[in-house]
Design a protein around this ligand. Structure first.
Ligand code: TYD
Ligand code: MG
Length: 455
């Protein structure tokens, strides 16, 4: 019998190689290849005598049961999920250690249990005593959920298989789980994958909603196997700066809904509070207008969020290469904006260090932020504060033209609601919104002139 070939899998990108190499040929990560258990043999014979069964084809328009969703009891969590938990759906909840994944899931699990749902919470990281202490701190000790500290997938599924399957099963975390179907220590690629596979299969067969907690590495990948992302229905990421109180729950993949909604929370002494109106939260204490700060009406899914963009320009005396540092925005996009401002508007940043920060630990992905970033940069460069009651939005093209963006009126309404009086936006975005004066800017150059001319 031929010796089974060794295979190596990259813990970063999941790609397979047939020999070990120091660097992954796909993602170029160093020292990320680990040996994987060999594939089991398969027969190439494909007729009914080989044990295969015929599959049944169906038409696209056959009636299906409508998707029933179960609320987590936490509106912001439901919103990020696109409406709630789906029976049989598997969710991967990623996030840095200490960000609050266990807290959020314990809160949701307890809420569901309090409403009469059957919930199992399996912790592989903490002893039951620790989880109980957290529950006490959250005021949830009375919630009738089933708690266990276990790491053996076989034990967990054997136990669950004896009763009615739970409506929700939380496994915290998948990296601590161990499947005896396969060799290797918990946390290795093949173990994580095999454990997840068994748990997901149980969830699908029994109609249990499953949440797998996954640690992420410092570069934001769900640790080790990216393959997990393909196995689950929904990938969520719990984000925030640990030094900030605020946490954002983002959906990165969702087979059951949109991925553009976020949930916003504040970590308090008694657990995570929902933040229904995130706008006021991301505007840092705005009393004295300061140079380099611009307010941007961002859109997250269907929800407007006002955030403050802060720029700082430091002139360099020496000929050293100036630094550009960005927190909360794309650094490539900043380089592009600086180039547009230099070549289309005659501003010079070449001897200046540029720092850009999005307040509140928020991460912007909305392309409409260009105009607000440009306004902050120009204001910082000129050392002139922008009007305190203005918001800025629009996309900037390389030509220097300000392009229209989606949902201008939603952005303006949110700004008006929070007491802003003026909006600077693209040429055609001027729907009338009560209480807000709209000023259109068609080109970056006119925006710059306006800021430079203002007091
Ligand atoms: P945790 O849920 O354990 O994070 P994760 O599971 O993502 O690793 O949260 C840990 C942090 O949250 C910890 O630093 C303390 C803080 N925390 C609070 O501020 N208030 C609370 O009520 C709780 C339970 C935790
Ligand atoms: Mg935890």
């Amino acid at each position: 019998m031929a010796k089974p070939k060794k295979r190596y899998v990259c813990t970063e990108c999941g790609s397979l190689s047939h020999r070990w190499q120091g660097q992954c040929p796909d993602c170029s990560q160093w020292n990320s290849l680990v040996e994987e258990a060999p594939d089991t043999k398969f027969t190439a014979k494909h007729d009914l005598s080989s044990g295969g069964r015929a599959i049944v084809f169906e038409a696209l328009d056959e009636p299906t049961k409508p998707l029933t969703r179960q609320s987590t009891g936490i509106a912001e969590f439901d919103r990020a999920l696109g409406g709630g938990l789906v029976p049989g759906g598997a969710i991967l909840m990623g996030g840095e250690p200490g960000i609050g994944k266990s807290t959020l899931l314990l809160q949701a699990a307890a809420k569901i249990a309090q409403k009469g749902g059957s919930v199992v919470y399996v912790s592989g990281e903490e002893a039951t005593g620790q989880v109980r202490m957290r529950a006490a701190r959250l005021g949830l000790s009375q919630a009738p959920l089933k708690l266990a500290a276990a790491t053996s997938v076989r034990d967990i599924l054997t136990t669950l298989g004896q009763d009615e399957p739970p409506e929700l099963l939380v496994v915290d975390s998948i990296q601590t789980m161990h499947s005896d179907m396969i060799e290797g220590a918990p946390g290795t690629v093949s173990q994580v994958r095999a454990s997840a596979f068994e748990l997901i299969r149980f969830a699908k067969e029994r109609g249990t909603a499953l949440v797998l907690v996954g640690h992420v590495t410092k570069d934001g990948n769900i640790a080790g196997p990216r393959v997990l992302e393909h196995m689950v229905d929904t990938v969520m990421s719990f984000e925030g700066e640990r030094s900030h109180q605020y946490r954002i729950l983002r959906c990165l993949k969702n087979r059951f809904g949109a991925v553009d909604e976020i949930g916003v929370f504040a970590m308090e002494g008694h657990g995570l509070d929902e933040v229904g109106n995130p706008s006021s939260l991301f505007l840092s204490g705005r009393d004295e207008p300061i140079a380099g700060a611009a307010v941007f009406p961002a859109l997250e899914g269907t929800r407007p969020v006002l955030v403050e963009i802060q720029a700082l320009i430091v002139r360099l005396q020496s000929g050293a290469t100036p630094r550009r540092a960005v927190v909360g925005w794309d650094s490539g996009r900043l380089a592009m904006l600086l180039a547009v401002l230099e070549s289309r508007c005659g501003l010079s940043f070449s001897t200046a260090e540029v720092y850009l920060n999005v307040a509140g630990g928020y991460r912007l992905t909305d392309p409409a932020a260009d105009v607000a970033v440009a306004a902050a940069l120009v204001s910082a460069l000129a050392d002139k504060p922008l009007p305190a009651d203005a918001v800025w939005f629009g996309e900037l093209a390389l030509s220097g033209e300000v392009r229209p963006v989606a949902h201008g009126s939603v952005r303006q309404k949110e700004a008006a609601k929070l007491g802003f009086k003026t909006a600077f936006g693209p040429g055609d975005g001027g729907q009338n919104v009560a209480g807000l004066r709209y000023t259109d800017v068609r080109a970056a150059a006119s925006l710059v002139d306006r800021i430079m001319a203002s007091a």
